[in-house]
Design a protein around this ligand. Structure first.
Ligand code: GLU
Length: 396
């Protein structure tokens, strides 16, 4: 019956991150001792003060539909957060709360992109950007980078990628999958290119903002000439260990926020009321409340870099944010190990799954075919065991 499905869904690729996580889960359920490092999901519990706010919301009988764009007091908390952490002055009409940052991104792309518009994706980029652009009948256009430039693009690369069809650029710093953090100066250089093209908008995905190991986070919308054409996306999943709560939000020009609300009003309505109440508690708290998780990620980052550096043929950079490492594994292409020929990054990821029982994600899915993504949002014990297994599979 699959031939009855729409072309839209038939042509839609499966999310590589979620597919690998599902595969790992299935193998685990079949009794195989898989270490899952494929999903970007903190292994911490949601902090108690946030859970307590959710319990209170249930007890206080929050059970009705919420405004489509989110409770007003939550939107005010988001405005305060933008001011406090990013120096951005949004008003409540410029905020839309959605079911995860993924929906915030999908809304934005649906309301801005016409068939045939080009959307520039700064590679490596998160897997779903390109699929979401394709669903809107836009053209995802990659601007490539690799480990030699610390996975950063230059201003002239951006300039050279712009065509009369370019409508939107997606920037993601700290970056998933590379962990790269663009400095303020680097972002200003990119904005100077965009100043020449007043009809191009910018989606700045800042979901990993707080998971940062030293390069100060800088919001693209903070650049005065960019404020009126930037959609700042953020959410609670990563820094607050709230992946399943599904809360994302945007700060955007009023007309874009209004359009996202209209879009969401026809698809999902307002997001979950209990999660929205808990989000107020999360965002109103000092950011220091979640620092213990970032400190732990920093230690895990050191551990995984040190361990990977011992494996011949694997090249790593020093990611300054997020909780991923994105090694270049192209030295293995063309080699046959344990009877298996590794032609590309997908073969490499499958080799690791089958031979080491470690789940990772191929770099192809992120626009970087020489790499694989390893999430270190796992315990140090799991990280150490995973890398030991990978090393012995590759070196024995
Ligand atoms: N954003 C996370 C990741 O990249 C969660 C999975 C997904 O939505 O892609 O692993």
């Amino acid at each position: 019956m699959t031939n009855k499905l729409s072309d839209r869904i038939k042509n839609l690729p499966v999310s590589a991150t979620l597919a690998m996580a599902a595969k790992a889960r299935e193998l685990k359920e079949n009794g195989i001792d898989i270490i899952g490092l494929s999903l970007g999901e903190p292994d911490f519990n949601t902090p108690d003060f946030i859970k307590n706010a959710a319990v209170k919301a249930i007890e206080d009988n929050y059970n009705s539909y919420t405004p489509v764009d989110g409770y007003l007091d939550l939107k005010k908390s988001i405005c305060k957060k933008f001011k406090r952490d990013n120096g951005l002055n949004y008003n409540a009409n410029q905020i839309v709360v959605s079911t995860g940052a993924k929906q915030s991104i999908a809304n934005t792309i649906q309301v801005l992109i016409n068939p045939g518009d080009d959307v520039l994706l700064v590679a490596p980029y998160w897997v779903s950007y390109s699929a979401i652009v394709t669903l809107a009948e836009g053209n995802p256009i990659e601007i490539r980078s690799d480990i030699s430039s610390d996975f950063k693009i230059t201003a002239s690369q951006l300039d050279n990628s712009i065509t009369p069809n370019t409508k939107l650029v997606i920037i993601n710093s700290p970056n998933n999958p590379s962990g790269t953090v663009y400095t303020k100066d680097e972002l200003i250089k990119l904005s100077m290119v965009l100043e020449k093209y007043p009809n191009i908008y910018v989606l700045s995905d800042e979901i990993y903002e707080h998971i940062n190991y030293g390069v100060p986070h800088f919001s693209f919308a903070k650049i005065p000439s960019m404020f009126n054409r930037t959609i700042t996306v953020n959410g609670l999943a990563k820094a607050y260990a709230m992946t399943g709560w599904r809360i994302g939000y945007i700060g955007a020009p009023d007309w874009i926020a209004k359009a996202c609300t209209k879009m969401q009003g026809q698809i999902t309505s307002g997001t979950n009321c209990i999660a929205q109440r808990a989000t107020i508690a999360a965002l109103d708290a000092p950011v220091g409340e979640i620092k213990y998780m970032v400190d732990e990620f920093k230690e895990r980052r050191k551990l995984i870099i040190d361990l990977l550096n011992n494996i011949k043929g694997i090249k790593v950079n020093q990611p300054m944010g997020a909780f991923y490492i994105f090694p270049d594994i192209s030295d293995f292409f063309g080699k046959t190990i344990k009877g298996k020929t590794i032609k590309n990054a997908s073969d490499f990821a499958i080799f690791l799954l089958e031979e080491s029982h470690v789940a990772t994600v191929t770099g192809d899915a992120f626009g970087c075919p020489n790499n694989i993504r390893i999430s270190y949002a796992a315990s140090k014990k799991q990280i150490a065991e995973a890398i030991k297994r990978i090393q012995s599979a590759l070196e024995d």
